[in-house]
Design a binder for this molecule. Structure first.
Ligand code: TXE
Length: 502
């Protein structure tokens, strides 16, 4: 692998990590990873072939069936996670730089991501350490009945490009804590921080075959990774279309699958929450990381009486967002992840205009000549939208806010639930009772009341409806990687006595 940025070079090795060794792709293929801020090549990495994925699964299978990791005492497994967290902290600046070069997000955002990855590793180290078996009282003194947790087996972990390191850590940390072995596949668009992460996991002393890494095209590697009886669990974060393909493929083998498929998230503002703070929260909720966030508040649902003033204030703030190279400390937001993704956003904006939405601001590439080589796009607001428009219903995954208006609480709730997705929602109101009615009525996996965008390693994250199934983070995020076994132990064996024929 070639690396253009010397300052991060020592975090890398050659491309794929299979059975405890860094190896070249069996096809010899490579892929250039581009900096979205200017199109330059950041690194050239090995591109895995399907045979590499199959070898990685065989290595994980061998490490699970015959290796020590699933039988390693929990204290040792959690110590490894704590060491990984220490190494992440040691290399935080380098990792943040890698993430910014690969995704385009600002360094400030990348640093927050690395801090969150550390928290997730430490959280699962603590949680696994305190988890205990459960004794069940079956009413018989001769029987010891207990429920124990065991690692689910070989896991395939597939991540997207918007939070590459963060999202893969939500999978790797609980999988390691549970005693699983795994094959990790980052997005081909942003593999660099995951390669560096696996290098740190190797340095921490993970046993051979427990963590394997294959980076490459999902379309090429997909069936080798998912159409196999050798995998026990697949955890996928990405688009709805891919998620459906993976669910269908895995069903052939009755493989357990957890999917997080994004959202079309409402941010509902009542008139009693009018004010600059609400404008600021709505702005951040949708335009942070240029809207490339599965929980972005892309649908503003606002009480009609304050809508005109609120949208005007929002547009004024959106126009002042400082856009630029993520490495420049002055930038508050970076480019979109790729030129191809910007083209998708441009198609959605054209669609919004043709559907009759009113373009309030944005709707084009920035005019600044210094941003020309990057995949930048202006924060865009469409007012006077309605529920039938595709820009209101489909996840655009870019800096596009749509505005719908309501007059009653019931209407606000109905609109907030009127989506095939159900990942996250926000409500802003000064009326406590109404706030409680709304958060209970909204069918989304996370609901923020008078705040937006926060999560914590200790609370579950995941979607209702087509935002997916399963949960990451929290205790449920560990349970995904465990089988539950009931052990019935008769300490004074006797005959069953059922078929007593005398
Ligand atoms: O995702 P894909 P893409 C949404 C967002 C975005 C759209 C498409 O709307 O515009 O999805 O993005 C791997 N078998 N989200 O095309 O294709 C792929 O290599 C196995 C929401 O980037 O779903 C990558 O590692 N794996 C989202 C991962 O799946 C396959 C975050 C995600 O890629 C595969 C990102 C296959 N057949 C996009 N095909 C969120 N939920 O946060 C692809 N992959």
């Amino acid at each position: 692998m070639k690396l253009q940025d010397e300052s991060i070079g020592d975090l890398f090795d050659t491309g794929l990590f299979i059975d405890g060794t860094w190896v070249r792709s069996s096809s010899g293929d490579t892929r250039d990873c581009l900096n979205p801020a200017d199109g330059s090549v950041v690194a050239t990495v090995d591109e895995a072939a399907p045979e590499d994925a199959t070898r990685a699964i065989a290595a994980a299978r061998g490490a699970f069936d015959e290796g020590t990791w699933p039988r390693t005492p929990v204290a040792e497994r959690t110590a490894l996670l704590a060491t990984i967290a220490d190494l992440l902290e040691r290399d935080k600046e380098k990792l943040a730089r890698i993430e910014t070069l690969d995704t385009g997000k600002t360094l400030a955002e990348s640093r927050i991501d690395i801090d969150d990855v550390v928290s997730v590793c430490r959280y699962y180290a603590r949680l696994a350490a305190i988890e205990s078996d459960r004794l069940v009282d079956v009413g018989r003194p001769d029987v010891i009945s207990r429920v124990v947790h065991e690692p689910i087996g070989v896991c395939v972990l597939i991540a997207p490009w918007n939070y590459p390191l963060l999202q893969i850590s939500w999978k790797i940390a609980p999988a390691l804590a549970a005693g699983c072995t795994m094959v990790v596949k980052p997005s081909e668009v942003t593999p660099l921080s995951t390669i560096a992460f696996v290098k740190l996991i190797e340095e921490a002393g993970v046993p051979r075959g427990v963590v394997n890494l294959v980076q490459g095209s999902g379309a090429v590697l997909g069936s080798a990774l998912t159409d196999t009886p050798d995998v026990d669990f697949i955890s996928f974060t990405g688009g709805l279309v891919t998620g459906r393909v993976i669910l269908e493929t895995a069903a052939k083998h009755v493989t357990k699958v957890a999917v997080e498929l994004g959202g079309k998230n409402p941010h509902i503002v009542f008139a009693d929450a009018d004010g600059d703070d609400s404008v600021d929260q709505v702005l951040t909720g949708v335009f942070l990381h240029s809207g490339q966030v599965c929980s972005a508040g892309t649908r503003l649902i606002i009480e009609d009486s304050i809508a005109d003033r609120f949208v005007a204030a929002l547009a004024a703030r959106a126009e002042k967002i400082r856009m630029g190279d993520g490495l420049d400390p002055a930038s508050r937001t970076g480019p979109l992840v790729s030129m191809a993704h910007r083209e998708k956003i441009e198609r959605y904006v054209a669609l919004g205009v043709s559907e009759g939405a009113e373009l309030v601001t944005g709707g084009s590439r920035p005019p600044n000549p210094e941003l020309e080589r990057g995949s930048f796009y202006l924060p865009t607001i469409f007012d006077r939208c309605d529920r039938n428009m595709r820009i209101v219903r489909e996840e655009t995954f870019g800096p596009i806010l749509t505005v719908e208006r309501f007059t009653t609480e019931a209407e606000a709730l109905r609109l907030g639930n009127d989506t095939e997705y159900g990942l996250a929602a926000g409500v802003r109101t000064a009326d406590g009772a109404r706030g409680e009615r709304m958060v209970r009525g909204l069918r989304h996996g996370t609901v923020w009341l008078n705040d937006f965008g926060y999560y914590t390693a200790a609370a579950e994250w995941g979607g209702y409806k087509r935002s997916g199934n399963g949960r990451e983070l929290g205790p449920a995020g560990l349970s995904e990687y465990q089988e539950i076994k009931h052990i019935w132990h008769n300490t004074a064996p006797t005959a069953a006595g059922w078929f007593d024929n005398d």
